[in-house]
Design a protein around this ligand. Structure first.
Ligand code: CU
Length: 127
């Protein structure tokens, strides 16, 4: 019996969450649906793309400060684009996925590597 009441409590909790989620989108069901589809396309923004293939980053990429860069991982394993300068950027991309990296706002040369494959090296140039 105790188990059953805990089950009911869990259901009630879930219902509360569902209500809370629904409340944020009240009256915007259509807009919310639109948002989620634009979110999907937002993973691939219009802008420069850094393509990772065959365990390599390819040629250095030059972008303006703050540019949204697509990181397309064509390999089947996860890679990261991690700046040598601590904290400048660190984006992890699963195999076959694309993520967005925001270029630093400060111009300069940003060497980076993959934390999973330290021999993978690349350079991002911001100017
Ligand atoms: Cu890697």
């Amino acid at each position: 019996m105790k188990k059953f009441s805990m089950f009911l409590a869990a259901i009630a909790l879930l219902a509360t969450f569902a209500t809370a989620c629904g409340a944020s989108g009240t009256g915007e069901t259509a807009a919310t649906a639109g948002e989620s589809s634009s979110e999907n396309s937002a993973t691939a923004v219009t802008g420069p793309t850094l393509t990772i293939a065959d365990m390599a980053f390819g040629q250095p990429l030059t972008v303006a400060p703050g540019t949204q860069i697509n990181i397309a991982n064509n390999d089947s394993v996860e890679h990261s684009v991690t700046s040598e300068a601590k904290g400048a950027f660190d984006v992890h991309v699963d195999g076959g996925e694309t993520k967005t990296l925001i270029a630093p706002s400060r111009p300069g040369e940003y060497p980076f590597h993959c934390v999973y494959h330290p021999n993978m090296l690349g350079t991002l140039i911001v100017r």
